[in-house]
Design a protein around this ligand. Structure first.
Ligand SMILES: [Zn+2]
Length: 222
């Protein structure tokens, strides 16, 4: 199988992270989870006094997208290393801005070849994404979200995967979710036009059903 680079675009709460995990498990690609990578860097207490990190922490806490040039340089390092080792990748949170796309897409083309780059647009209405988000519980240990609709307990406390404690994420508070959604509309959606201009076929996927059914539709392209 040739090396692939998969881009998932969708409003916060559309299930990009879950689909990227499923792609990683099924296709053997590596899930490059930008949100997780940035959170790990930003929560590194040993570099508290760093001016750049402090600036980025403030943005992150407010639900505003991190500085695109900063994100891009981190991603290029990660992706470049993975590509050199021969790994295919799937993103779940990149590119998020036009600047990032304009830097990342040519970089991916160089490492993976244009024909091995796939772009999926996970279509979930904002109202549905907001509803999902309002109820979302995430495991504090393995970080996986709980699919409450498929879980028997009405008041679940423990993660069915690792038994960890379930909590609401700060990122999912209604105010922060609203900001993240506005950021998506203003700053991420223009990427679709850019990708089209570059000649990419953007594959629209109805993301409203259960994740395993959404995945079936995505899996059919590989
Ligand atoms: Zn867990």
């Amino acid at each position: 199988m040739s090396k692939k680079a998969i881009i998932l675009i969708g409003v916060p709460g559309s299930g990009k992270g879950m689909q990227a995990d499923l792609l990683a498990d099924n296709l053997g690609v590596v899930h490059v989870d930008t949100g997780k990578i940035l959170r790990a860097i930003l929560s590194d207490k040993s570099v508290k006094s760093d001016l750049v990190l402090n600036r980025e922490r403030k943005l992150n806490d407010a639900g505003i997208l991190n500085t695109p040039s900063w994100v891009l340089s981190i991603l290029k390092k990660r992706v470049g290393a993975l590509a050199k080792l021969g790994y295919g990748i799937t993103f779940s949170g990149s590119p998020r801005t036009l600047y990032e796309a304009e830097g990342l897409v040519p970089f991916l083309e160089k490492h993976y070849g244009k024909k091995n780059i796939y772009v999926f647009n996970l279509k979930v209405p904002f109202s549905e994404a907001a509803k999902r988000n309002a109820k979302r519980l995430v495991c504090t240990t393995c970080n996986r979200p709980l699919l409450a609709a498929f879980y028997p307990s009405k008041n679940p406390k423990h993660c069915p995967v690792c038994g960890g404690i379930l909590k609401r994420r700060v990122d999912d508070s209604p105010q922060k979710f609203k900001t993240r959604t506005e950021q998506y509309e203003k700053r991420t959606m223009p990427i679709l036009a850019y990708l089209k201009k570059c000649g990419y076929a953007i594959i629209k996927i109805d993301g409203r059903s259960a994740p395993y059914l959404v995945f079936k539709k995505i899996r059919a392209y590989f």
